[in-house]
Design a protein around this ligand. Structure first.
Ligand code: URP
Ligand code: ZN
Ligand code: ZN
Length: 474
């Protein structure tokens, strides 16, 4: 197979940035060399990728995406084919998506159904978590099978969305007890869905039906409450590791930080939308006859700019109380999907698209002095690989690791727009955002799939990643 030399760049890892050439042999990284130091025999005939002036970073890993997710009477608009291609354009070379089980469904059959959706479609490597929306005896038993035999080692449960994915405290506790035994990671969507449904029904009864009500009826204190409760349940279960997804609120972050300070196995991610966007400026947008805010309806909701959430989340990323930035990519088109809730915010499908923009948006945090270069790599690639059992095949530039590489140009400028993005989405949550830096070249398992604005991305190049247990278990 082909040899490739990525030369002239600065290799960035979670611990430092050093000028290095990277020699790729086939699908793997063969060796790293001081600039120009690769043996002549090894590079003869190699394809050369010029990374002069650029950073060379391990391919991004987005551990929270929802291609084709059925939700609210429709399905997320990106397929595994379109969504993974868009991810690659943005420097992400691995996603971990979610298979879905709901009450009465067989977990293994549902996993097989999701495998069938993804197989042969993905442009980059992919893994699967399992959503358990119907925790019963059979589902609990299947958790062991998935961990032992299927390379699916993490399970998402919800204290939100009653009647859809919701688990009560007893179901959460029972799943945690199983995970404690088999080493799986419990991922939690922590909002108090029962209380939220009461507030939402009351708003609707008053005639308050605009998209902003989605945010006003999901106050941050109900994310904090659910986060605290889940942490207590994990303790009762015998210190099950728990990972909070799409954390958005100061109150939830404080609960995570307290648990971590006490030495608990508690981890969390946030998403770019919670770092940048707000309830007032986006969700409360007056455009499109007061309905434009539907573009930003996701759960948890965007938080108020008059509170400290965004600053606290950036701080949490610096201090490691937030370990990972994922996207929670779950796109719905405005024209024919978000519009299902034109007359009632409760019917707007929940989710927004952003799998293509995560690396750029977090890099902007580096440019603005909020994060170090190393922490960018750590939160977007290395920790995701370690947290979800993919390290050292993924998440690091080291001999023997998969040659998933991004040549990132700090001198570029990226303007985000529906006119230029590759997601199957009729609008952009980030329309008009301009950021410094940009992806120049992407290698996925040794193959150059994006280079200087053109691509050779193809469905079926991506392989299923069978994951092991988290490296962070104590
Ligand atoms: O609004 C969201 N986040 N939609 C996707 C499903 C989930 O809760 O992650
Ligand atoms: Zn969720
Ligand atoms: Zn999600």
């Amino acid at each position: 197979m082909a040899t490739t030399l990525v030369t002239g760049g600065t290799v960035v890892s979670s611990t430092g940035a050093v000028p290095m050439d990277v020699l790729v042999d086939g699908e793997r990284i063969a060796s790293l060399h001081v600039p120009g130091g690769a043996p002549a025999g090894a590079v003869e005939g190699a394809r050369v990728v010029d990374a002069t002036g650029c950073y060379v970073v391990p391919g991004g890993i987005d551990v929270h995406t929802h291609m084709e997710l059925p939700f609210g009477g429709t399905s997320a608009s990106d397929t595994f084919a379109t969504g993974t291609a868009a991810a690659a354009w943005g420097g992400t070379t691995t996603i971990v998506d979610f298979a879905v089980q709901t009450p009465g469904q067989d977990v293994e059959a549902q996993l097989a159904a999701w495998q069938a959706k993804a197989e042969g479609q993905c442009a980059i490597d992919y893994g699967l978590h399992m959503i358990l929306g119907g925790v019963d005896d059979a589902a609990l038993k299947a958790m062991d099978t998935l961990v032992a035999h299927e390379g699916v080692t993490s399970f998402k449960l919800f204290t939100a969305y009653p009647g859809v994915f919701y688990s009560d405290d007893g179901q959460v506790l029972r799943a945690m007890q199983v995970a404690r035994e088999n080493g799986a990671m419990i991922m939690m969507h922590a909002e108090n869905g029962i209380a939220i449904d009461v507030l939402a029904a009351q708003a609707a009864a008053r005639g308050d039906l605009a998209p902003v009500q989605h945010g006003l009826t999901r106050p941050p204190v109900l994310e904090g409450e659910a986060t605290n409760r889940v942490i207590a349940l994990a303790e009762v279960a015998g210190e099950t590791p728990v990972y909070f997804v799409h954390l958005s609120a100061t109150q939830a972050l404080e609960a995570v930080a307290r648990a971590r300070d006490a030495g608990r196995n508690v981890f969390a991610e946030t998403c770019p939308q919670y770092l940048y966007l707000t309830l007032e400026d986006q969700l409360g947008s007056p455009g499109e006859g007061g309905f434009e805010g539907a573009k930003w309806v996701a759960s948890p909701p965007l938080r108020s700019k008059h509170e400290s959430h965004r600053a606290d989340l950036w701080k949490g990323l610096r201090t490691d109380d937030l370990a990972i930035v994922s996207t929670d990519h779950c796109p719905f088109c405005f024209a024919d999907q978000k519009s299902l809730g034109r007359d009632d915010f409760r019917k707007i499908p929940n989710g927004m698209g952003g799998v293509e923009h995560r690396m750029d948006l977090v890099y902007q945090g580096v440019v603005e002095g909020r994060l170090s270069l190393e922490r960018w790599v750590e939160t977007c690639s290395t920790t995701p690989a370690r947290m979800f059992g993919m390290y050292p095949a993924k998440g690091v530039i080291a001999p023997g690791s998969d040659a998933d590489l991004v040549v990132y140009d700090p001198a570029a400028r990226t303007r985000i727009s529906v006119e230029t993005h590759h997601m199957n989405l009729d609008h952009s949550s980030w329309e008009g955002f301009e950021v410094d830096g940009g992806v120049r070249t992407v290698l996925s398992r040794g193959e150059v799939v994006v280079d200087a604005g053109s691509s050779s991305l193809r469905a079926g190049h991506g392989r299923f990643v069978r994951r092991g247990l988290s490296s962070y278990l104590r």
